[in-house]
Design a protein around this ligand. Structure first.
Ligand code: ZN
Ligand code: ZN
Length: 57
């Protein structure tokens, strides 16, 4: 039996989010970035960009 996944990793290599299987990207941010995000993705999803500023303490 194959497991059918209804999510898909976002097409942006620096983004950790899952996107709907019907969409290559999780957000317009990633779609527009088209491979040009450097460092932290700012797509706005909580799973992503956790290291923006508060990971030191
Ligand atoms: Zn992201
Ligand atoms: Zn994304």
């Amino acid at each position: 039996m194959e497991e059918i996944e209804n999510t898909n990793k976002c097409g942006h290599p620096d983004c950790q989010c899952l996107s709907p299987i019907s969409d290559e990207f999780c957000s317009e941010y990633c779609r527009n970035a088209n491979g040009e995000i450097r460092g932290i993705c700012q797509c706005g999803h909580p799973e992503c960009g956790k290291g923006i500023s508060a990971d030191i303490e």
